[in-house]
Design a protein around this ligand. Structure first.
Ligand code: SAH
Ligand code: SF4
Ligand code: F3S
Length: 439
């Protein structure tokens, strides 16, 4: 048998992007080679997301699309990985018997063995265990391939917060932090392969409490040590919870120039009544005071957030408090969603806000957030920003990179400058990107 061909489709958050890369590496060590389309593949992995109903249903429509492929090529293996796999388990093979492998986010290191066993026996394989060991210890890296200049690095996984709307504590399990030495080693390896910027990932990344050389390290300590790695120029982290935004981490934003001035700090809602019902364990006022502290440490920080409209019990007056909070904070970017009841979460069984109200509030909120984002983008015109060159842009001769504030910046530049940080004078802005010229 020649090399087996692998195709991975990734849905959901950045952690799934990271996990897909690691699954690719684990399977490469087992003789698999990644291909660009499912048609060429012997194994198709759908790395899924369960966060909202729409996200979770995507996997079933994708499986529907794969059906003719499977019919034409019966030994094609189809795997469902990620948070739908964890949440639905055997339900997936009941609904779609063409699925051969169901593998939860903590069991990826067992994927090569599962695939081999399925081939040998023909029986569907399922693994949604939460093993105690660090799955990353068992995921070998590919031979030292060069990497794009910006990479993700998971430092923490899982969540103990149990917000009343959220599936993550169930799909990703309890909070676990990777030991600091492992994170540092992975970062050094990434840098040796051309990476200049790392984004530290965790469902609750600022709750990081990894084993260090002298006791437990906080995220601030980890960032400080990472910043000492020569060649690593930029550090980011996501996603944070307001209650874990500690003073040492805020201080790091003032003290550590490699820590980028961008912070994704979801608040979800602006009404204390709703925040309490969501089990967020902070008030709107506490969030606003926290933002003030952060802005004292790093006045130019670009703030981002997540919002939910139409959480059970949210009234028009509650929603107006969300709008007031947004006006006060002034976000540089944000994500907002209609509340989606998720099976097994506490809020799913409460009386629901009518769909029209959820949608109408979302439209109003998004209009305000877009206005703020546009204003922030516009405020960058005329400034010269350091841009990490990442890849070719749409037009010939053009490259695209990222500003410190995570904005995409298009500008004319030679292709051999990927990985360099160049000063770019910003000349124009759109909602989702900037244009400039090399200064
Ligand atoms: N760990 C991160 C992200 C969780 S998921 C955090 O704590 O912020 C990303 C976002 O999806 C959440 O911040 C929330 O705004 C949204 N979300 C989660 N569950 C949802 C649901 N049931 N309905 C609508 N939006 C939801
Ligand atoms: Fe979900 Fe984030 Fe709340 Fe955890 S803190 S339950 S991941 S929204
Ligand atoms: Fe989705 Fe799981 Fe990430 S539910 S948002 S893929 S943690």
């Amino acid at each position: 048998m020649g090399t087996r061909k692998l195709f991975i489709r990734t849905y959901g958050c950045q952690m799934n992007v990271y996990d897909s890369e690691r699954m690719g590496s684990a399977l490469a060590a087992d003789g698999y080679e990644e291909v660009a389309t499912p048609e060429e593949a012997d194994l198709v992995i759908l790395n899924t997301c369960h966060i909202r109903e729409k996200a979770a249903e995507k996997v079933y429509s994708e499986l529907g699309r794969l059906k003719p492929l499977k019919a034409a090529k019966p030994d094609l293996q189809i795997a469902v990985a990620g948070c739908v796999a964890q949440a639905e388990g055997e339900e997936i093979t009941r609904r779609q018997p063409m699925v051969d492998l169901v593998v939860g986010p903590q069991a990826y290191h067992r994927l090569p063995a599962m695939a081999a066993k399925q081939r040998a026996t023909g029986a569907a394989q399922l693994d949604t265990e939460f093993p105690e060991e660090d799955k990353f210890d068992h995921l070998p890296e590919k031979p030292k391939a060069r990497r794009a200049p910006a990479a993700f690095l998971t430092v923490q996984e899982g969540c103990d917060k149990f917000c009343a709307f959220c599936v993550v504590p169930y799909t990703r399990g309890a909070e676990v932090s990777r030991p600091a030495a492992r994170v540092l080693a992975e970062a050094r390896d990434l840098v040796s392969r051309g990476v200049r910027e790392v984004t530290l990932l965790g469902q609750n990344v600022n709750a990081y409490h990894g084993e260090g050389d002298s006791g437990t390290w906080s995220l601030a300590r980890l960032v400080t040590e990472l910043a000492r790695i020569e060649g690593l120029e930029r550090i980011r982290y996501t996603t944070s919870h307001p209650n874990d935004m500690t003073d040492d981490l805020i201080a790091a934003h003032a003290a550590e120039p490699k820590l980028m001035p961008y912070l994704h700090l979801p608040v979800q809602a602006g009404s204390d009544r709703v925040l309490k019902a969501m089990n967020r364990k902070h008030t709107a006022e506490e969030y606003i005071r926290l933002i003030e502290h952060i802005r004292v440490a790093r006045p130019d920080i670009a703030l981002s957030g997540d919002f939910i409209t139409g959480f059970p019990g949210e009234t028009e007056a509650d929603f107006e408090e969300t709008m007031a909070l947004v006006r006060e904070v002034r976000y540089a970017s944000a994500f907002s969603f209609k509340y989606s009841p998720r099976p097994g979460t506490p809020a799913a069984s409460s009386e629901q806000v009518p769909e029209e109200a959820k949608a109408e509030r979302l439209a109003r909120l998004q209009a305000l957030l877009t206005e703020q984002q546009t204003a922030f983008q516009h405020s960058c015109i005329g400034r010269t920003l350091p841009v990490l060159v990442e890849k070719p842009g749409r037009n010939p001769g053009q490259m695209v990179g990222r500003s410190p504030y995570l904005q995409a910046v298009h500008f004319d530049c030679a292709a051999d400058r990927v990985g360099e940080i160049l000063p770019v004078e910003i000349t124009a802005s759109a909602t989702n990107s900037l244009a400039g010229r090399a200064a």
